[in-house]
Write a protein that binds this ligand. Sequence first.
Ligand code: SF4
Length: 208
Amino acid sequence: MPEITRTIQQATLPLMEDFYTIQGEGYYQGSAAYFLRLGGCDVGCVWCDVKESWDAAAHPQVAVQEMASRVKKSGSPIAVITGGEPVMYDLTALTAAIKSESIRTHIETSGVYPLTGMWDWVCFSPKKFKAPDASIFNRADELKVIVYNKSDFEWAESFAAKVRPACQLYLQPEWSKEKEMLPQIIEYVKAHPQWQISLQVHKYMNIP
Ligand code: SF4
């Protein structure tokens, strides 16, 4: 049996939740997508809205093949691997299992550890609470910066200068600060049109 097949059959990862929904953010906003939220995160964002994901041990270990078959059964053309912080794990077996079902692999990550696995789309969302590993800059297809206060525009530019020229640039208001920050983001994007606005439209649609 080839090594990767053996690995796919044996590999498990902590899974907090999984659901079929509409991608609410960034480049694929509005597209049907199956989310796999892995447990475990050591980044520690103060405004994190999924703090229950942080403790990996609190979530069941699920076989990567089982995860891939759940995506397949849903009919979704896209699997989004999120967290938590998925790059804490070796994602080679998970992405191989999903791709063997001819499903696209997307990841949402703060890039704090080197990325493993085979990815069709990498959304890099840096966080101030833990610096990213520099290897993510050449892998990111999308840079999504959460804007919590005015200083975040300069911080966002520091990453825009490091990613590939083709990388899509998004500014997204932090949900609890949206009323305050969205008008500033609108003016910023008008003055710096290489950026686009990302809104968490799934929250407006009342879907996960
Ligand atoms: Fe929460 Fe994501 Fe920050 Fe981890 S990286 S603390 S899951 S927002």
